[in-house]
Design a protein around this ligand. Structure first.
Ligand code: ATP
Length: 331
């Protein structure tokens, strides 16, 4: 591998709070290490269109506390084709980019693997609010999203309590119920419905509600992951609004649905997301500086480490059943 003098950085896939912390750390660590940094605008799309900017030390001033991504993000179907990856490689060579830090989800890592195989060393940083990347315990953005949802559910609880209602809250997470699970525990939801579990509505929700009603409970919060009820849910039986109707019919409790949507993706990153973004950004640059590519930075048991991208992509994600068990016991 040639000596790395200039690195590129891009954000790809869905935006997440903490992306800017990671970008800032990449830029600052690179300068500290004597490397030049270029920012690629709009992910792989920008790599194909050569929308590339210089990133001097002060280009990231004042960005740590802002949500979204200062480099913008996009999805690029062209980059999924071999011709697209080849063009991206040629553009990297032309623009003098010797290595690339890719901040995004596992789709973005597949692109990073393809570009690494063509000879441009890439390092992936896991950044998506869903926490749905198998190889890492944590993805940047998750903590902020969970805090946002908890704050909203606390507000919904006030009105549920006042009106003796049941609130169904649909949160993001297509194949991964972590946002639902962690917010469920964090805001004392009576039940969570997530894609990883084969739920029996009668047993898991209606029976529990009837028992609680008999004991005098008058309001309920049920968190449901879009992976079960959302438009793209694989085995969708009913959407969150139909679910509310069903629960109301079966229990007699007035039930309303709130779909939180994109509000979960925005906002100032939490301290945790700034911290993890900063640490992972720095780690990624050190790998590239040492001539190491085709790796993903991960967090395992609160320690940073790195995996080969291919190995990382072949891992399976499961939910933390201890969290689910605790939620069921104390709800
Ligand atoms: P999020 O979890 O927020 O959706 P993501 O990184 O998984 O983030 P994707 O839309 O799956 O988001 O991927 C982002 C980009 O990565 C795609 O637009 C495409 O350019 C590239 N990409 C995705 N999958 C592949 C693949 N199998 N091969 C090559 N490139 C890919």
């Amino acid at each position: 591998m040639n000596k790395i003098k200039t690195i590129g950085v891009l954000t790809s896939g869905g935006d997440a709070p903490g992306m800017n912390a990671a970008i800032r750390s990449v830029v600052r660590t690179a300068h500290f290490s004597g490397l030049v940094v270029k920012g690629v605008l709009r992910g792989y799309k920008g790599l194909l269109e050569k929308t590339i900017i210089d990133m001097p030390l002060r280009s990231v001033s004042g960005t740590l506390q802002s949500g979204g991504t200062i480099l913008h993000t996009a999805r690029s179907p062209e980059f999924r084709e071999d011709a697209g990856v080849e063009l991206a490689k040629q553009n990297c060579i032309e623009m003098g980019i010797d290595g690339l830090v890719v901040i995004g989800g596992d789709g973005s890592f597949r692109g990073a693997r393809d570009l690494s195989l063509k000879g441009i060393p890439c390092i992936g940083i896991p950044c998506t609010i869903d926490n749905d990347i198998s190889c890492t315990d944590y993805t940047i953005g998750f903590d902020t999203a969970v805090n946002t949802v908890v704050e909203i559910v606390d507000k919904l609880r006030d009105t549920s309590q006042s009106h003796n209602r049941c609130s169904i809250v649909e949160v993001m997470g297509n194949n991964c119920g972590d946002i639902a699970l962690y917010t469920g525990l964090g805001c004392g939801a009576e039940a969570v419905i997530i894609p990883e579990v084969r739920h029996d509505l009668e047993r898991d929700v209606l029976h529990e509600m009837r028992e609680a009603l008999q004991k005098g409970k008058t309001h309920f919060i049920i968190i449901v992951s879009e992976g079960v009820t959302g438009e793209r849910a694989k085995h969708r039986k009913m959407d969150a609004f139909q679910l509310a109707q069903y629960i109301e019919e079966k229990t007699g409790v007035e039930t309303r649905t709130t779909v939180i949507g994109y509000i979960q993706r925005g906002g100032k990153p939490s301290a945790k997301d700034r911290f993890v973004g900063s640490m992972m950004g720095s780690y990624a640059v050190k790998l590239l500086k040492n001539g190491i590519g085709n790796r993903v930075v991960v967090m395992r048991n609160n320690k940073l480490m790195d995996y080969d991208i291919l190995e990382a992509l072949s891992m399976n994600k499961t939910i933390d059943f201890e969290v689910l068990q605790t939620l069921n016991e104390i709800s």
